[in-house]
Design a protein around this ligand. Structure first.
Ligand code: C2E
Ligand code: MG
Ligand code: MG
Ligand code: MG
Length: 292
């Protein structure tokens, strides 16, 4: 009896595994085609300064328009791009596409606006990140300070000498560098100081409960103070409520990004928002009036 049950379990498990492997292989194949067929698109999420309430830049976020599946989000395909190494080619495309957009805005009535791009550690090691960036700036006739690169702590830890050399080269030309998801890695700030960093992005994990969890509040406050004493800018990601915004304002965070101000948007919707010159409400307007 036990043997029978065991065999059924085994059979069920194998079938399940087959489905998973098929899906994974299909996905990998579809992603290779996506690269060939140019199925990727960038959405942009604004960053807002807390002193002026104004939009100060955008983050480019990758989406995949998968035929027959609609819009696919990075959580469902970036890990596969990373594992297969396809991220190097897609990453080059992202840099080219973001710089093209920077150029379109800079040379239009919208005016110059800074855009940050997420980069994978593999782009430094297997790709030609410096070359990609320099070519893209050149092709689109834009100044380097309009581009920012976002790197996670873990991608900075891998192959550090090469990564540091690349970053220093780009930094010398004026490209801005920020540490994404700060606080979730295992690197110390002393270690990160070897990198030419301009900005820290506090991870959403610490922002979520910043107004109710005293540990998170203490960590956020410490990151802001540390950043400032090292002359770094600091931005909080994942800000969704007026209360979180208020906490960050009170503790002198420089910028925020999150659904509270805007979700990542396709270009046309974003341009609409820029034309309306949408701003964060002033401190007083906001007390007790939740938005949305
Ligand atoms: P990330 O760089 O930390 O980007 C922030 C993520 O948080 C984005 O998810 C964004 O849509 C989401 N987000 C923004 N505001 C809020 C908020 O208020 N609440 C919540 N719950 N989420 C918010 P998305 O677009 O799904 O991207 C996920 C991750 O995928 C990114 O995290 C980044 O690590 C990676 N990624 C996205 N685009 C690229 C790319 O072009 N290249 C590489 N290498 N990675 C990318
Ligand atoms: Mg990012
Ligand atoms: Mg982040
Ligand atoms: Mg994140």
């Amino acid at each position: 009896r036990a043997k029978h049950a065991g065999r059924d379990t085994f059979r069920f498990f194998t079938a399940q595994m087959n489905v998973e492997m098929l899906t994974r292989l299909d996905l990998e194949k579809a992603l290779r085609q996506a690269v060939e067929n140019n199925e990727f698109v960038l959405h942009y999420q604004p960053k807002v300064r807390l002193d002026s309430g104004r939009v100060t830049g955008m983050e480019a976020l990758l989406r995949w328009q998968r035929p027959g599946h609609g819009l696919v989000f990075p959580g469902d395909f970036i890990p596969i791009l990373e594992e297969t190494g396809l991220i190097v080619r897609v990453g080059s495309w992202v840099i080219a596409a973001a710089c093209k957009q920077i150029g379109l805005w800079a040379h239009s009535s919208i005016g110059p606006i800074q855009v940050s791009v997420n980069v994978s550690g593999r782009q430094f090691i297997e790709g030609d990140l410096d070359g990609d960036v320099i070519k893209a700036l050149d092709d689109n006739d834009i100044t380097a300070d309009l581009l920012e690169l976002e790197l996670t702590e873990s991608s900075m830890m891998a192959n550090t000498d090469r990564t540091i050399a690349s970053l220093k080269n780009l930094k010398n030309r004026g490209v801005q560098i920020s540490v994404d998801d700060f606080g979730t890695g295992y690197s110390s700030l002393a270690y990160l100081r070897r990198f030419p960093i301009d900005k820290l992005k506090i991870d959403i994990a610490f922002i979520r409960e910043v107004t109710s969890n005293p540990d998170d509040a203490a960590i956020v406050q410490a990151i802001i103070d540390m950043a400032h004493s090292l002359k770094l800018e600091v931005i909080a990601e994942g800000v969704e409520t007026a209360a979180q915004l208020e906490y960050l304002r009170r503790h002198r965070c420089d910028q925020i990004q999150g659904y509270y101000f805007s979700r990542p948007l396709p270009v046309l919707e974003l341009e609409q928002m820029l034309r309306e010159e949408r701003r964060l409400p002033k401190q007083d307007d906001e007390a007790g009036t939740p938005r949305k």
